[in-house]
Design a protein around this ligand. Structure first.
Ligand SMILES: [Zn+2]
Length: 126
């Protein structure tokens, strides 16, 4: 699992120092807002930018074996389903503020059964 807390802290420090404008970090688009509303989990952490709203965390899935599902936002239940049926895919958890539009990658990790599809590849030794 990769944790992006350091990058997040560095970015927030840049915003506070005026090196990065708030409009550059509070740029969640309509798609991300909608994903936060329908697939997001509200966490007990207030938005670091506006301090008005609790943040929502949205899980995005990426992976060749997911086909058309790749690149979409998924709920926790969906993740469990996908993990039971696919060998390997990556989950990117993004936090979103529904008030000001702050968004940042929180962490990424790999899910799946771990079984590689047996297709055209010979394994040594087996
Ligand atoms: Zn906010």
């Amino acid at each position: 699992m990769v944790d992006y807390a350091l990058q997040r802290r560095a970015l927030l420090a840049d915003v506070r120092a005026g090196r990065v404008g708030p409009e550059e970090v509070c740029d969640a688009g309509a798609y991300l807002h909608r994903a936060a509303r329908f697939h997001g989990t509200t966490v007990e952490q207030t938005c670091p930018m506006c301090r008005k709203e609790p943040l929502a965390q949205v899980s995005w899935v990426f992976g060749e074996s997911l086909r058309h599902v790749s690149g979409s936002a998924r709920s926790t239940e969906d993740l469990e389903q996908l993990a039971a049926h696919h060998a390997e895919f990556t989950v990117h958890v993004v936090e979103v503020c529904r008030s000001c539009g702050w968004n940042h990658l929180v962490r990424s990790y790999v899910l799946g059964t771990g079984r590689r599809p047996r297709r055209g590849r010979r394994t040594a030794g087996g």
